[in-house]
Design a protein around this ligand. Structure first.
Ligand code: AMP
Ligand code: TRP
Length: 331
């Protein structure tokens, strides 16, 4: 039997998840579980590159685990773990830091954007963030990394580092490929369809959270920015409507064409009303399950402990090879 390929992905526990995170990332993880050997991490080491309140970080980490499970990640099929539980991530990062070029790291879009926002707290962790991400991926000999469009550049860096290490020493890391879905790869802000939907948006009408109540979802979609053309068409001239069609398509699994023809001649009112309904119904089962998991902290603990053990075994094996090739003496 051919061995299953490996998938790795992660999300930061930095507060509530938006439907952008869900559509662009987590939802795509679910379908991969049967055919791949999947590792899904809660990347708390990444989260502290911006200041965190310790008790909030603890809460957000468990919250995210509950959301992973509520969305359909299954610990029987996939390895679900908390990044800081597997120390090899930090250890490999050090080695790869010494092989990363300042120039390349300073060209990372996410770094440039985040450093603009936090000039007075420009910590080195923000700069080497993508190296930690490369370590996450490379430790597991990952074939595929399902992420949203915004992470593509970081993936490119992970590939470069893998190749650089393999060339300098000898074949050690698998060179990973990104897996980016076309529909929903980039869900935009409901208030400003030129920028991506993000939970760090100052205007809360710009995003929908996975745990938003039906009333709030209705209100946010009603207020979503459209245009004066008044037609439900998927076009770059109508970025607001295009984004809403993407969300509609992601939740209903209807194609763009089906949606366009369904609303031909109809105004935005009906379209938005239906969209709100689809999103609300799509999120309802996740919200119900989330509540159940949050009531069962013992189960959550069991999941992350089991996950860490499985992840640790694989990660250690790669790190041992790396240390040996670099010239460290085995203990
Ligand atoms: P973050 O919340 O930035 O840590 O992102 C977690 C995951 O969600 C990554 O795979 C991102 O690519 C994805 N993601 C975040 N925001 C969006 C968005 N607006 N549209 C699509 N994917 C997104
Ligand atoms: N940097 C990713 C983000 O912000 C999260 C992440 C960390 C990740 N490590 C990863 C994603 C490894 C995929 C693979 O979305």
């Amino acid at each position: 039997m051919e061995e299953k390929k490996t998938v790795f992905s992660g999300v930061q526990p930095s507060g509530a998840l938006t439907i952008g995170n869900y559509i662009g990332s987590i939802r795509n993880w679910i379908d991969l579980q049967d055919d791949y050997n999947c590792f899904y991490s809660i990347v708390d080491l990444h989260a502290i590159t911006v200041p965190q309140v310790p008790k909030d970080l603890r809460k957000n980490t468990l919250d995210l685990l509950a959301l992973y499970l509520a969305s359909g990640l299954d610990p029987e099929k996939s390895t679900i773990f908390i990044q800081s539980h597997v120390s090899a991530h930090a250890e490999l990062t050090w080695v790869l830091n010494t092989m990363s070029y300042m120039g390349q790291l300073s060209r990372m879009t996410q770094f440039k954007e985040k450093s603009k926002r936090s000039e007075e707290n420009l910590n080195a962790g923000l700069f080497t963030y993508p190296v930690l991400m490369a370590s996450d991926i490379l430790l597991y000999q990952t074939d595929l990394v399902p992420v949203g469009e915004d992470q593509k550049q970081h993936l490119e860096l992970a590939r470069d580092l893998a190749e650089r290490f393999n060339n300098r020493y000898s074949e050690t890391f698998k060179v990973p490929d990104p897996l980016i879905k076309k529909v929903g790869a980039r869900i935009m802000s409901l208030q400003n369809p030129e920028s991506k939907m993000s939970k760090s948006d100052n205007n809360e009408n710009g995003y929908i959270l996975l745990l938003d109540s039906p009333d709030i979802i209705n209100r946010k979609i009603k207020r979503a920015v459209t245009d004066s053309l008044g037609q439900v068409k998927y076009s770059d001239e109508q970025p607001g409507v295009k984004n809403l069609i993407n969300i509609y398509s992601a939740f209903s699994r209807n194609s763009i064409e089906e949606i366009e023809s369904k609303y031909e001649g109809a105004g935005y009112g009906q379209f938005k009303k239906d969209l709100a309904e689809i999103v609300i119904e799509g999120l309802r089962p996740i919200q119900t399950k989330y509540d159940d998991y949050m009531k069962n902290k013992d189960y959550l603990k069991e999941v992350y402990k089991g996950g860490a053990e499985k992840a640790e075994r694989v990660a250690r094996k790669t790190l041992r090879k790396v240390y040996k090739k670099v010239g460290f003496i085995p203990r």
